[in-house]
Ligand binder design. Structure first.
Ligand code: GCU
Length: 418
């Protein structure tokens, strides 16, 4: 019994290491802010992995306006409740995009109509952003299927891993961005690197898009890196809707982990995205903060202070004071399509809390008249569930985005997007 307990404890203590992918990822920002397992495991500094220790909590009401009015249809949702919730997330979680004006232009750097042995057209596009004397370039890669003969739905990935996973030459292939398989199923694949928009480290908001647009002194609701990456996804969408090979009304924004948090926020801020995919987005993404399971606000806002607005920090160890929880972030996608998925070993990202969050967001999706009901209990491993415009699966294995995940995104998109 004792040795069983010890085994459980060892696994629980090691989980943050696997869940945070210390050995699997090598991004600069990651290395700079990641703590060692020893530190994570210090007494008094551990994280909860016991369902029984989840505190009791009451989620803020989704379908009641701040004036106390019940939200009974899509009109009230779109006209009053959705904007209210969006504002609350700007103010308390992700921060606000500055109103600074900027210039934007697109340049198609190269086009290869015979990419992937003729199956796809590959375009490399520079999205040039400038303000005053400063400029930056978002490098967008786009594959579209040739066989379709008509504009194709496209998955746009916010890449937080670097070019080894998203190689346009396809000499290096990765399940993280399975272009060949998507093209075979009639989907286009686009990607840009988050680092083009804002570097993933705490640089005092001096670089990336902040250097161009942050003209005023920072305040508690000034935007952080996640909002900047989401903003970058919107600039890519600005291009995609002009490309004749792309069905502009069928673009899904996809992200893994920190990229998943950014994808959810991109879809919330920009309703032109027809679908949002949150892969293992965890704390600050799909997972309910009030559960305090795995990563917490306290931890994320100290380890990654550049991701959120600084107001968010005040909810560390104070979750009940936050006027939102993450079911409301998921609801901001409604009535468009939303897919959430988790990995069984990624307890750091609280799979159950992510499912409960989705479940609690469903009433907003149901306002559209499409039945989006899903069961209250999380489905078993590797079993996809689709309820109208929402979908979910929990995969066996660890923190990653794999072909098997993408296959399910596409199965869902076949129904919800096509
Ligand atoms: C860390 C961080 C998570 C994040 C993850 C990732 O583990 O704590 O919140 O999701 O990095 O982006 O891979």
């Amino acid at each position: 019994m004792r040795s069983l307990y010890r085994l459980f404890l060892t696994v629980a203590l090691l989980l943050p290491m696997f869940a945070t992918g210390i050995s699997a990822q090598d991004e600069e920002g990651w290395k700079a802010s990641e703590k060692t397992v020893q530190e994570l495991s210090k007494p008094g500094n551990t994280f909860n992995y016991y369902e029984a220790k989840v505190p009791s909590y009451i989620l803020p009401q989704l379908l009641v306006t701040s004036a106390g009015k019940k939200v009974g249809d899509m009109n009230i949702w779109n006209e009053s409740r959705r904007p209210e919730i969006l504002e609350l997330f700007r103010k308390n979680v992700f921060g606000r995009v500055p109103e600074t004006s900027f210039e934007k232009s697109f340049k198609v750097i190269s086009t290869d109509k015979k990419a992937l042995n003729g199956a796809a057209t590959l375009k490399l596009i520079d999205i040039n952003i400038s303000s005053d004397e400063k400029a930056l370039v978002i490098h967008l890669t786009l594959f579209t299927p040739n066989k379709a003969g008509k504009p194709a739905p496209v998955f746009l990935l916010i890449d937080n891993r670097g070019p080894a996973n998203t190689d346009p030459s396809r000499k290096v292939k990765s399940e993280f961005w399975p272009v060949e398989e998507a093209i075979a199923r009639g989907y286009g694949m686009a990607v840009f690197s988050n680092a083009d928009v804002d570097p993933d480290n705490f640089d005092g908001f001096k670089n990336g898009i902040h250097a161009l647009l942050d003209k005023k002194p920072r305040t508690g609701d000034s935007w952080g890196a996640l909002a900047a990456w989401g903003w970058g996804a919107s600039r890519c969408l600005d291009y995609l809707i002009t490309d004749k090979d792309v069905a502009g009304s069928k673009v899904a924004v996809v992200g893994h982990s920190r990229g998943g948090k950014a994808a959810l926020w991109a879809g919330a801020e920009d309703q032109r995205f027809a679908m949002v995919v949150s892969n293992e987005s965890g704390c600050g993404g799909a997972a309910l903060a009030r559960r305090q399971y795995g990563e917490t606000i306290e931890r994320i806002s100290t380890s990654f202070p550049h991701w959120f607005c600084s107001n968010y920090r005040s909810y560390g160890n104070n979750e009940d004071a936050m006027p939102v929880d993450m079911h409301m972030l998921l609801a901001l996608t409604a009535p468009r399509a939303l897919y959430v998925d988790c990995a069984a070993e990624d307890l750091w990202g609280d799979p159950r809390g992510s499912y409960l969050s989705l479940y609690s967001a469903v009433p907003a999706f149901n306002l559209s008249g499409t039945n989006c009901t899903i069961p209250e209990n999380m489905p078993p491993l590797n079993k996809q569930i689709i309820g109208g415009k929402v979908g979910f699966h929990i995969r066996d294995g660890g923190h990653n985005m794999l072909l098997s995940d993408w296959n399910r995104f596409m199965d869902f998109a076949d129904i919800a997007l096509k």
